[in-house]
Design a binder for this molecule. Structure first.
Ligand code: ATP
Length: 309
């Protein structure tokens, strides 16, 4: 596949920190005061920044992660796991008296998930740390999420502009975005829920998406649409890239897989449509397997999936 041919000099860079995912697979979610017996339980590595970093890494990018973990055993395990995956950790801080970021996840039989994310040490990433890291690494692409303070992301994006890096903002978990941050964003990549939170827009029709892109004053807008794939929004048109029809097991981390692969594509000089197509392929492959990081495809798995779909 042409997208597996890499320019050796490109690197992707992902901010935010990997949390620890505790996932219960349930027959249905509990109501208030109710206890439900789970079918199975697993612990895995996760966190939006880490998932996105790992996807880009598995496709062959050089990746550094900037963030913060606690001095607890979860922090130790995360640093070791990142290093095993070949992700650079020199810009990860360690904070006292605060836990490493954690996520508690419920997954229903049809693959629908509900997630409680506790940011912990992620809240302590500073603007100075983020800007210094971007200046030192001088990456091709900076990917950022909302699991760390927006002020730190804003400083990272300002530094990215100075070194000519492309900035990609995944406004997740859903929250309102600071205008100054949007102004430094080349690509805004929300899912439907995050888009509604940013704009109060619920319509996903072409006209509505174009109006939203105009009103947000970001470079470009790309909306992920679950089983419907993604919509790449231009001033005059909306390109919809459908997702392949697959047997869904667990969609946890699908959006992260999309963004990691999309960022990889941009870092390798692909056009937006080709990078988005690569993202859809990798993400749709991943939903066939349980877990977040455990489901992230290797370059070979993604290429094999692309041959079949
Ligand atoms: P999550 O929060 O579950 O990690 P998300 O809401 O951020 O995911 P989605 O828009 O649901 O992201 O999905 C991202 C991509 O994952 C889609 O563009 C698509 O390629 C793939 N995907 C998700 N759900 C499905 C599905 N049911 N069938 C095929 N592909 C899917």
């Amino acid at each position: 596949m042409s997208w597996l041919i890499q320019r050796a000099t490109s690197s992707a860079f992902s901010r935010s920190e990997r949390g620890r995912d505790m996932t219960s697979y349930l027959p249905q979610v509990p109501g208030p005061g109710e206890t439900v017996i789970g079918r199975s339980f697993s612990i895995g590595f996760g966190g939006k920044g880490a998932n996105q970093a790992l996807m880009a890494r598995r496709l062959g990018a050089r990746v550094a992660l900037v963030g913060c973990v606690g001095r607890d055993s979860f922090g130790d395990m995360m640093l070791a796991n990142l290093a095993d995956d070949g992700i650079e950790t020199a810009w990860l801080g360690r904070a006292d008296a605060v836990s490493t970021g954690m996520a508690v996840i419920w997954v229903e039989p049809d693959g629908t998930n509900r997630i409680v994310c506790s940011p912990g040490a992620n809240e302590l990433v500073s603007a100075a740390q983020a800007a210094e890291a971007v200046a030192a690494i001088s990456p091709a692409v900076v990917l950022a999420q909302f699991e760390i303070p927006q002020a730190a992301t804003r400083a990272a994006f300002a530094a990215a502009r100075r070194v000519g890096a492309i900035t990609v903002l995944n406004p997740a978990p859903a929250a309102a975005a600071e205008r100054e941050l949007l102004a430094l964003t080349d690509w805004l990549v929300p899912n439907e829920v995050e888009l509604a939170q940013l704009t109060s827009t619920t319509s996903l029709a072409d006209d509505a998406l174009r109006a939203v892109a105009d009103s947000l004053s970001v470079g470009r807008l790309l909306v992920t649409l679950g089983s419907a794939g993604v919509a790449l929004v231009d001033q005059d048109s909306v390109l919809r890239i459908p997702a392949p029809d697959v047997q869904v097991v667990d969609t946890t981390g699908a959006g992260d897989v999309f963004i990691g692969a999309f960022g990889f594509g941009l870092a390798r000089g692909m056009g937006p449509a080709a990078a988005a197509e690569l993202g859809v392929l990798c993400a749709s492959d991943s939903v066939q397997r349980p877990g977040a990081q455990a489901a992230i495809p290797t370059a070979e798995e993604a290429a094999e999936f692309a041959r079949r779909h």
